[in-house]
Design a protein. Structure first.
Length: 429
């Protein structure tokens, strides 16, 4: 068993995005933890009851919350399947374990809700006789009862269906990340065998072990796509056009992740990914980003390193849109083949950078604003990776003015076979 942590398998931002979409649809709160029980996302969407209990001056009540979560997490890990229960405050919660290769990697806590009366007796109650309970604090207990009485209740069947859907998606994506990590290690081992004239037997045994693990952990994505497609068709039948379109974009993003085995993709695939990403991003964003793409036919067949454009769209332009509170910004992406090069231009006429902001991107220097440090770092990562891929054949520039707005221009070699002049080599290898 290779040693990885949950955040190695799935990026934190992907986990947060999944939980955000799930919470918007189901109205259930979520929190994800690693195998040690530590939260790995910044999302802390506790409902009113949980906030009251956890912020109460008496620390014993918060300790009961922690004990309740820990007990439920252990139970779900032992069962290796979701566990629905009633916490010490009387709310209904569930633990969705993330199990890969029969090992426990972490869990998603979901719920903080109420079931209809006839279903409440059907789930385990983690309240322990002799514990300090809410009855010791009459004022708090009365406020909680009043709040709970005003909240909608769901059936146990609805809760089980919501938990099962989250269990399927979360475990599939984590399994996919695990498979990709093993594939990457397998490729690295094979490269060492090719480069070394006198390879030892231990390398061959290691490759055989990894190939066997990879074979054992291959997941057929058909069941997930069939489930999501069924939900998409149901939304279409119910005339929930917006929900159907969002679900369709999510299906395309997951399908791309499932099929992606290479470190490079065509420009056409990268554009499609950006379009799906923007559609999903607009659901939670304060402003709606419009995207206009102008690409000639030849440029669409060109191969580029995967995630060349998406980090720029998300961490540079969208981040600046939020920082500068732009109203319905329009992002233009122009791609064309010029002789042996492909020129890619990302621009927005509404976005105007100050000279210090422009120089921060060019010089890869940390901006004084904490919110833009990630923007500079991500821009640096993209330019450094492309420089190491293409060496002198790659060039870029950043310009911004009140008349033209802001644009970022890349020029890189045109290739239709996925061959890069010089393979990327990490500085940490």
């Amino acid at each position: 068993m290779l040693f990885f942590e949950l955040v190695d398998l799935v990026p934190v931002e992907v986990l947060e995005e999944i939980l955000l979409r799930f919470s918007k649809v189901t109205k259930l709160t979520t929190l994800i933890t690693d195998r040690q029980g530590h939260p790995v996302t910044s999302q802390r969407d506790f409902n009113h009851v949980c906030k009251l209990v956890r912020k109460f001056p008496e620390p014993e009540l918060e300790q009961l919350c922690i004990r309740s979560d820990a007990s439920a997490g252990i139970e779900a890990a032992n069962r290796k399947k979701p566990f629905i229960y009633r916490c010490h405050a009387g709310l209904v919660d569930a633990v969705v374990p993330i199990i890969i290769a029969n090992h426990y990697w972490g869990a998603i806590f979901v719920g903080q809700t109420q079931l209809i009366e006839e279903d409440m007796c059907k789930i385990p109650d983690l309240r322990i006789n002799g514990d300090i309970t809410l009855s010791h604090y009459p004022g708090l207990e009365e406020e909680i009862k009043q709040y709970v009485s005003e909240q909608p209740r769901i059936t146990l069947a609805q809760m089980e269906a919501n938990v099962a859907l989250l269990y399927t998606i979360a475990n599939y994506i984590a399994e996919l990340g695990y498979k990709n990590l093993m594939q990457e290690e397998l490729n690295q081992q094979k490269m060492k065998l090719i480069q070394e004239e006198n390879s030892c037997m231990s390398f061959q045994k290691n490759i055989a072990r990894l190939e066997l693990q990879l074979l054992q952990n291959q997941m057929n994505p058909r069941f997930l796509f069939n489930t999501l497609n069924a939900i998409y068709l149901q939304a279409t039948l119910e005339n929930a056009t917006k929900s159907a379109n969002l679900l369709y974009s999510l299906i395309n993003i997951i399908r791309r992740s499932a099929k992606q085995q290479s470190s490079h993709v065509t420009v056409e695939d990268e554009i499609a990914y950006i379009q799906n990403y923007i559609q999903l991003k607009n659901v939670s964003a304060f402003q709606q980003t419009m995207i206009q793409i102008n690409a000639d036919r030849k440029s669409l067949d060109c191969f580029i390193p995967i995630f060349t454009l998406q980090p720029l769209v998300e961490n540079v332009f969208v981040q600046y849109f939020i920082e500068k509170s732009l109203n319905n910004p329009v992002l233009d992406i122009s791609i064309k083949k010029v002789k042996s090069q492909v020129e890619i231009v990302l621009s927005c006429k509404q976005l105007v950078l100050s000279e210090s902001e422009r120089l921060a991107l060019i010089n890869h220097s940390n901006n004084k604003k904490d919110s833009l440090i990630v923007t500079v770092l991500n821009f640096r990562n993209v330019t450094e990776i492309l420089t190491q891929y293409y060496q002198e054949a790659f060039s870029w520039k950043v310009e911004s003015s009140a008349d033209l707005g802001t644009y970022i221009e890349f020029s890189l070699p045109y290739s239709t076979d996925g061959f890069f002049p010089k393979p990327f080599k990490s500085q940490y290898a």
